[in-house]
Design a protein around this ligand. Structure first.
Ligand code: IMP
Length: 424
C-alpha cells in the first residue's frame, strides 16, 4: 500500500496559526507542500526566541531534511520569494537545498499588483480589503488562460510572453484610468526571475506521486482559511483560490483517494482581516482586549484584525466541507482570565434558529451566544483547567471531531498534545 498525504488547513478566516502547527508536526513528514494562495499568506513561526514570517515558502523550511514544495496551485511573486530566501539565508537557513517549485505554478507580475490596487480602488466602500499582492488578477489570468507559469521561464521566448502579458495589463490599467507598474518594479521583477530560474523547478505531480510510492509522508499546508474559499467562503469577500481540502488535490496533483488525515486549525475565538460578514464580531472593549492580548495584527499587512467569539456553526461547516478528521485549537491562552466568555452555538435568521451556515451571512443573521465558564493561566506542564476542558468538550460535541492539540502560546514549546495520534 502506498503512503497517504495529510492536509492541514485553516477552519476560519485565516490567521489561525497554521504555520506553528506545521512546524510542530513537520518532523513526522518528509515533504511539506503549499497548494494554493501566494504572498497574501503570512505564516508565523517562533522558536529559540526568534520570529520568522513565511509568505511563499512552506513552513517545513526550518526542519533539517524536510523537503518544501511550492505546488502548482500557488501563485508566486518572484520578488517576494527571492527576498524570503535571502532573509532565511541571512538567518542561517539553507533554503535552496530542500526547496522545490512546481513548473505549473503561475507568476504574479508587477502589473497584477497594479490591477489589484485599481480593482480595489474602483470598488470603493464595497472593497474586499485585499492584501494587494496581486492574487485576484493572477488567478484571473490563470483561469482566463493568459497566465505566465514558472515553467515558461525555461523557454527561450519567456521575455516575449512577459511583454505580451504586461501589454495586456497596461491596456486594462488604462481602462481603469491608472498607469501601469513603476519601471523599477519591473526591473526588480526581471532580476528576481533570474534567481527563480536557478532554483529546483519540478513537475510536482510526478515528484509527489513517486514520493508516495516510495512511502514518503507528505503534508499539504493550506493558506488563508475555509471561510475565505472562493466557492464556500463569504463571497465576494474571499480570496481567489480553493482553500479547502479539495484544493490540495488540484493544487498539487494528488488524487482524493490518497488523502489521509485532514487537520483543521482554529483559534479559540474568531478573527477576520479585511471586509465582509463576521457574525460574532465584537466591536467593543472585549474585542479590543482580544486584539491586544492576542496581538491580532496582520503578519503580511500589519492591519488590525477584527475579533469576535468562537463561531461553532461556521466551524462545523468547515469540518463538513473539508472532511476534517481532527482539530487543533490555537491561542486558548488569549482568553485566560476572561470572566464573561461566550460562544456562538447557532444563528438566528429571519427569526428562525439554525445551526446551518446560510448562503448569505450578512448583517441579517444574528449569533445565538451562550455563556461559558472561563479559565486561568495555562501551562504546558500542567493539566488543562476544567473550564477549558468544558470548552473543548462543547466544541467536540458541536462539530463531531476531536480537538487533538491545544496551543498555549506562540512558541513551539507552548503546545499541549491531547492525543498523540496527531503526530505519529
Ligand atoms: P487577497 O487574497 O489578498 O486578494 O485578499 C482577499 C481577502 O482575503 C481579504 O479580506 C484579505 O484580508 C483576506 N486574506 C488574504 N490572505 C489572508 C491571510 O493569509 N490571512 C487572513 N486573511 C487573508
Amino acid at each position: 500500500m502506498t503512503a497517504r498525504m495529510d492536509v492541514l488547513l485553516g477552519a476560519q478566516w485565516g490567521d489561525e496559526g497554521k504555520g506553528k502547527v506545521v512546524d510542530v508536526v513537520a518532523p513526522d513528514y518528509d515533504i511539506i507542500a503549499r497548494f494554493q494562495g501566494g504572498p497574501n499568506a503570512g505564516h508565523t513561526l517562533i522558536f529559540d526566541g526568534r520570529k520568522h514570517v513565511l509568505h511563499t515558502i512552506p513552513s517545513g523550511v526550518f526542519r533539517e531534511g524536510t523537503v518544501n514544495l511550492v505546488g502548482n496551485g500557488v501563485v508566486i511573486d518572484p520578488v517576494t520569494l527571492v527576498k524570503e530566501i535571502r532573509d532565511l539565508e541571512a538567518a542561517g537557513v539553507d533554503v535552496r537545498k530542500n526547496l522545490l517549485i512546481s513548473r505549473r505554478a503561475h507568476l504574479i507580475l508587477p502589473t497584477h499588483r497594479a490591477l489589484d490596487a485599481a480593482s480595489e480602488a474602483e470598488k470603493g466602500v464595497g472593497r474586499i480589503g485585499s492584501t494587494l499582492k496581486g492574487i485576484g488578477p493572477t488567478y484571473m489570468d490563470k483561469t482566463g488562460r493568459n497566465g505566465l507559469r514558472v515553467g515558461d521561464l525555461e523557454l527561450t521566448d519567456r521575455m516575449e510572453r512577459y511583454q505580451a502579458l504586461t501589454r495586456k495589463h497596461e491596456r486594462l490599467l488604462a481602462l481603469h484610468d491608472r498607469p501601469g507598474a513603476a519601471p523599477e518594479a519591473s526591473e526588480e521583477w526581471l532580476t528576481a526571475i533570474e534567481t527563480l530560474r536557478t532554483l529546483q523547478l519540478v513537475d510536482s505531480e510526478h515528484y509527489l506521486d513517486q514520493a508516495l510510492r516510495q512511502g514518503k509522508r507528505i503534508l499539504a499546508e493550506g493558506a488563508q482559511g475555509t471561510l475565505l474559499d472562493i466557492d464556500f467562503g463569504t463571497y465576494p469577500f474571499v480570496t481567489s483560490s480553493n482553500t479547502v481540502s479539495a484544493g490540495a488535490c488540484t493544487g498539487l496533483g494528488i488524487a482524493p483517494t490518497r488523502i489521509g488525515k485532514v487537520i483543521g486549525i482554529f483559534k479559540a475565538y474568531c478573527t477576520r482581516v479585511g471586509s465582509g460578514p463576521f457574525p460574532t464580531e465584537l466591536s467593543d472593549a472585549t474585542g479590543e482586549r482580544i486584539r491586544q492580548v492576542g496581538r491580532e495584527f496582520g503578519s503580511t499587512t500589519g492591519r488590525a484584525r477584527r475579533c469576535g467569539w468562537l463561531d461553532l456553526p461556521a466551524l462545523h461547516y468547515a469540518v463538513m466541507i473539508n472532511g476534517v478528521t481532527e482539530l487543533a485549537m490555537m491561542k486558548a491562552d488569549v482568553l485566560s482570565g476572561m470572566s464573561d466568555l461566550r460562544v456562538c452555538t447557532a444563528y438566528r435568521v429571519n427569526g428562525q434558529v439554525t445551526d446551518r451556515m446560510p448562503y448569505d451571512i450578512s448583517s441579517t443573521i444574528e449569533p445565538v451566544l451562550e455563556p461559558v465558564e472561563g479559565w486561568g493561566e495555562l501551562r504546558a506542564d500542567r493539566p488543562i483547567p476544567t473550564g477549558l476542558q468544558h470548552y473543548i468538550g462543547l466544541i467536540e460535541q458541536h462539530v463531531g471531531v476531536p480537538v487533538k492539540l491545544v496551543s498555549l502560546g506562540p512558541d513551539r514549546d507552548q503546545t499541549l498534545l491531547r492525543d498523540k495520534t496527531l503526530v505519529n
